[in-house]
Ligand binder design. Structure first.
Ligand code: 5GP
Length: 139
């Protein structure tokens, strides 16, 4: 299927939609998930128009994973998370709802379950506070 640049992450990349950004480089962007499954739920996307893992250029994917590693360390520090879960869904049957490749970074701790996927919108003031904590952890 051809990449559709009307998806929300393409709009964020173009500056046509807002996002609580935490990190950006030439190849990738990281920002808060607006319907977080847990506090600190962060997304990392390649800037290259890519629908999912199967379509990804391996070099772009490598850069994106470097960002996932960097931002995951900052999220771990910012939220004092004993565990970090990375999730990535390919295709609607797998649960993908936004058709631009993205990696979910989810802080995990014993006894704290993750909420339903893409359901409840977060308070934007709180999201900005969380984004700032991650930016500070990134230095
Ligand atoms: P997927 O279901 O495709 O793996 O994940 C898409 C993610 O994007 C979901 O976790 C959902 O909460 C998030 N999301 C959907 N719309 C927006 C948006 O407008 N902005 C941000 N920052 N995240 C979004």
């Amino acid at each position: 299927m051809a990449y559709n640049d009307e998806n929300i992450f393409a709009k964020i990349l173009r500056g046509d939609a807002p996002a609580f950004k935490v990190y950006e480089d030439d190849y990738s962007l990281a920002f808060m998930d607006v319907m977080p499954q847990v506090e600190g739920h962060t997304l990392v996307i390649p800037k290259n128009p890519t629908e999912n893992l199967h379509d990804a250029d391996p070099v772009i994917l490598g850069h994106t994973m470097g960002t996932v590693q960097k931002v995951a360390a900052a999220v771990k520090q910012a939220f004092t998370a004993p565990g970090i879960m990375i999730a990535q869904l390919n295709g609607a049957p797998a649960g993908q709802t936004v058709f631009h490749l993205h990696f979910h970074i989810l802080p995990r701790a014993n006894g704290i379950d993750i909420a339903m996927h893409a359901r409840d919108m977060a308070d934007f003031t709180l999201l900005e506070t969380h984004a700032q904590r991650i930016r500070e952890a990134l230095g």
